[in-house]
Write a protein that binds this ligand. Structure first.
Ligand SMILES: [Zn+2]
Length: 419
């Protein structure tokens, strides 16, 4: 149905950005864009339009996961990436992308995975079905940083020298010059944006979330190179110092933010940064990590930060920081297609209303994807990334966590799911 003209009739239209709700609406899609919308009778339906009856179900922008890793992992075991051929990871990831579409996700931001970088191109040329992928490709890490996967032998870590292709390779760089070069290299390989590791983490063996990684000047060099090529930077930043360094260097998207405090919240607000907490991954590690083979040190650190993380994000929410949904799922820890879990956690743990959580998963997540105003809204001229949802997500956010409730999925006006 690409580039065809069609009308969604009998639609309960929900625009999360404005809160606009219309129980008897019509949306006209033409050339992949939303051409017109409004109440039945007030919108003229073009003669050549095919009609889709939404049967009173909710029509809203497609969901966006603003931080995940499409890798084709199937466990939390650190040896999996070395013992599995890269082709197997790609094949599994194709399935994972279908599951994301079936769950109503029309865009995902991949914050570090070679697999996603290449599958993005396969989706764009219509070889496989998947959500729009906005990909960083290879993340930047300092030596002994979060993506210098230091639990593995060093010869399997850096993409430029690795003995085997794995989903989680990175670019190791130290000092401003190497940081500039690595940023340029990531863009050469096709990065839509740059991912940096600005602090230690939970799933890196010998550091901690509180440790700052990369200096302020290294981060500034990375942001400068990215901005010069009209790209933005998305930082893994968990400890307070790393969050502040990232913000002050001009990083646009802060992921995880386990130790975000009042000062950092104000800094994020004044700079219009978006924070993507990824509560889901911590929850999943706590619930299923042992079964999935997550190493002991990962289980221990997850348990340690769990309460802190939730309290910090509550504080950021009270300060009015722009929050977006992201899961940090990689297919092993966190099955693709269950990503609406983050909306549920925003409601249940952070105290958002369902509408606020939906806005975080659409309008706000669009900012984190560098597509503000183009997706995540129902607006004349925005891309027709739309889902039709059975039930009332404004009343019960769990409506969105069950893929069976997602009746239709359109991306760019192209029908990807009908059930
Ligand atoms: Zn991540």
């Amino acid at each position: 149905m690409e580039n065809k003209t069609f009308a969604l009739e009998n639609a309960r239209i929900l625009d999360p950005e404005s809160g606009y709700l219309n129980n008897n609406g019509v949306i006209i899609v033409d050339g992949g864009l939303i051409k017109e919308f409004g109440s039945k009778g007030s919108v003229e339906i073009p003669q050549n339009a095919s009609i889709i009856d939404c049967e009173g179900n909710t029509v809203m922008p497609g969901l966006i996961d603003a931080h995940l890793h499409v890798t084709g992992q199937r466990s939390g075991k650190i040896e999996e990436s070395l013992t599995t051929p890269i082709g197997v990871f790609f094949a599994r990831a194709v399935k994972d992308l279908e599951n994301l579409v079936n769950a109503g996700f029309t865009t995902v931001v991949d914050a570090g995975s070679l697999v996603a970088l290449h599958l993005r191109d396969a989706i764009n040329e219509n070889t496989i079905i998947g959500p729009r992928i906005v990909a960083s490709g290879l993340p930047l890490s300092m030596t002994f940083g979060h993506a210098d996967t230091h639990y593995m032998p060093i010869e399997y870590v850096d993409y430029r020298t690795s003995k085997k292709l794995t989903p989680f390779m990175s670019l190791i760089c130290d000092g401003e010059d190497e940081c500039r070069k690595a940023t340029r290299y990531a863009m050469r390989e096709g990065a839509d944006f740059i991912k940096v590791m600005a602090t230690g983490g939970v799933l890196s063996q010998r550091d901690r979330p509180e440790h700052r990684q990369f200096t302020l000047n290294e981060l500034k060099a990375i942001v400068d190179e990215a901005n010069a090529a009209n790209r933005w930077v998305h930082a893994h930043a968990q400890g307070t110092e790393g969050i502040l360094n990232s913000l002050r260097a001009g990083v646009k998207v802060i992921a995880h933010a386990i130790y975000i405090d009042e000062v950092a919240s104000e800094e994020a607000k004044s700079r219009n940064a978006v924070v993507v907490p990824t509560l889901s991954i911590v929850q999943r590690i706590i619930d299923e990590g042992e079964k999935l083979g997550v190493p002991e040190w990962g289980l221990k650190k997850s348990a340690e930060v769990y309460e802190q993380h939730i309290n910090a994000i509550k504080l950021a929410y009270k300060h009015g920081v722009e929050l977006a949904t992201g899961t940090d799922f990689d297919g092993g820890i966190g099955k693709m297609g269950t990503n609406a879990m983050e909306l549920k956690l925003f409601v249940e743990k952070i105290g958002m209303s369902p509408l606020e959580a939906i806005k975080a998963a659409t309008t706000n997540a669009a900012s984190a994807a560098g597509l503000e105003g183009k997706i995540g809204v129902i607006k004349k001229g925005s891309l027709a990334d739309l889902i039709v949802v059975k039930g009332d997500p404004l009343n019960d956010i769990n409506t969105l966590t069950n893929p069976n409730n997602i009746k239709y999925v359109f991306k760019n006006g192209t029908l990807l799911k009908k059930s």
